[in-house]
Design a protein around this ligand. Structure first.
Ligand SMILES: [Zn+2]
Length: 157
């Protein structure tokens, strides 16, 4: 079955393609989309892909992603391609790019880290020290964060 048949075209919004299979929900979570915002969201998981074998696709009607959001997607879907659609035409293709620093969206796994102290107003921040596999280091305590931990946090488990 062709992709066009699996997910209908959108008129305006964002198509996130080439998501590693099974990670579409995590991408939605990163974008803060729960379904209650009213956007029309379509998602397919585990469709055939020449490049990846299997992939997920997410389409969000009526919402264009910011560059910051695109970069966050890189944490769970480094292979993703992002197309901005206006009037049924792709007007922009963006590549996800993992930033060198990740601020605010992940927490440190070290319970004694200052970023986990309830009375300290310190935002967690991490430096990316490896992209494949993903590995981050806390800038405050030096604790490592692995790809599995990043995904577990973003999946909200
Ligand atoms: Zn830390």
């Amino acid at each position: 079955m062709s992709e066009e048949l699996v997910v209908r075209r959108i008129s305006n919004g964002t198509v996130i393609d080439h998501i590693p299979s099974g990670r579409a929900l995590k991408v939605l979570r990163i974008l803060g989309i729960t379904g209650e915002e009213g956007y029309m969201v379509s998602m397919v998981m585990n469709v055939y892909s020449k490049k990846l074998g299997k992939k997920d696709i997410v389409k969000v009607e009526g919402r264009e992603l910011s560059s910051e959001e695109v970069n966050k997607i890189a944490l769970v879907a480094p292979t993703a391609t992002i197309n901005i659609v206006r009037d049924y035409e792709v007007v922009e293709k963006r590549k996800v790019e993992l930033p060198d620093r990740i601020e605010g969206i992940l927490r440190c796994v070290n319970p004694k880290c200052v970023t986990n102290a309830p009375r300290e107003a310190v935002h967690p921040s991490f430096r990316v020290i490896s992209r494949k596999p993903l590995k981050l280091v806390c800038e405050y305590c030096g604790e490592y964060l692995t790809e599995e931990e990043v995904i577990a946090q973003l999946a909200g488990t």
